[in-house]
Each structure stands twice: as C-alpha cells, then as structure tokens.
Design a binder for this molecule. Sequence first.
Ligand code: MG
Ligand code: MG
Length: 248
Amino acid sequence: MLRKAGSLVAKVLSKLKEQAKSGVSTAELDETALQMTRQAGAIALFKGFPCPYMDKPFPGGICASVNEQLVHGIPSKKVVLKEGDILSIDFGIKLNGYCGDSALTVGVGQVVPDRQKLMDVTQRLLDISVEQMAPGVKWSTIAGKMEETAKGAGFSVVKDYVGHGIGTEMHEDPKVPNFVSRELLRDDIMLKEGMVLAVEPMVNMGNAGVRTLSDGWTVITKDRKCSAHFEHTIAVVKDGCEVLTARK
Ligand code: MG
Ligand code: MG
C-alpha cells in the first residue's frame, strides 16, 4: 500500500518537474498536482493542514518554495517562475489509507553554478541515506555523514525541520534529523526491517537560520540566501532499503 502511495507521489513530482518552466505560476503546478491526485482517487495531504500560528489552513496541494524560501511556500498565481530560479516542490498524498511524501528542488532553465551546487549537494545528502539505510544501522551514523557532506561543501543543514516516520499518517514518530544532536545520540534510531521513514534534507547556501513569514506558512532563510530540499519515503528492507517515492 505504501509502494502504491509512493509511486503516485513520484508520478506527480515527475510531471511537476517537467512543467516547472519560466513563465509558469506555482498555482498552475498546484492545479496539476490536485488534478492528478483526484484522478487517482487519492487525498492531497497538505491541503487544509492546520497552521501552527494562526487560523489559516494550508491552501495548496503542494508546497512551492522559490530561492530563499525553504519550505511551506504557498502556491500562487502571483508567483511566476523565471529563468535561474530554484523551486522546491514538496508533495504528499494518502491513497487507500497509506501515505507518501516526497520533495525535490528543480532549476528553472539555466541556473548559476552555486545554485546548481546547492541542489547537487542536497540531492547527495538524500543519496547518502539511501546508500546507508539498512537494518542494524544507527540513524546518527547516517545523519553525521549527511551533515559533514553539507558542511564540506560550505553549506549548512537546516536544524528547525527534520524528517519523520510515515505510514497511515503523514507524520509519525520518530523524528529523523539530518544532523547529529545530543538528543539524537541519547535517543538514537536503530533501523529495523519494516520501518518507513520520510528522509528530507534541507540545505542552506548560507547560515542555517530560518524564519516564518507573516503569512503563517512560508519559511525563508534569515540571510535570504538560497535553500534546497529533497525528500523520499524510504522503507528499511531485509538487506538495505527501498525508495518508495523513486521517480522513473
Ligand atoms: Mg514532504
Ligand atoms: Mg515530510
């Protein structure tokens, strides 16, 4: 069931990645995602998600976050993509009671080399987790490698947002950070066959600091430098792991 949910998320994100061209608004991408979700008989999980700060449920089916926006950007007709932007798209659905959650960052047309590097490094962090996840591995070992890789490239890993368990609910325990903290070392996650985690590194070109805009949702970097985000729903299986939201 989780494979089916994951494969729908992958299909939608592949389509949106193709569609994310200069002149397209993030509202158009949102419409595509909602339409594909409806056609598949699934539920778009972000739409109507309660806001922690005010009475303003999330209005979109996707989170569309441009450049210095990190996550939770609200899709809008007013946000029109232009050449050189980097766009993070996060999308989650429930199909037959099971959830899938995945994100990617895509360059609009030609992007400057440091933005490309930011996207490549963030994708690399997610790839590291896929290479390392297996029964008996401690999450802190993987998180440490992810954090080192970001720092080694001169970037910083976001601390305010982390990955999560996923199953019949989108956000389940445990919290899955992309860095090593005292808390993680004290309460480490020992990977076991059958665990399903949404791993989602967010990497900033500048400092790790972030803040939420007054719309109650959009999270931006404090220094207004670009941020990238990649996420997969990943199952721990007998001899490694299986990416349930892998795009073809
Ligand atoms: Mg997500
Ligand atoms: Mg997630």
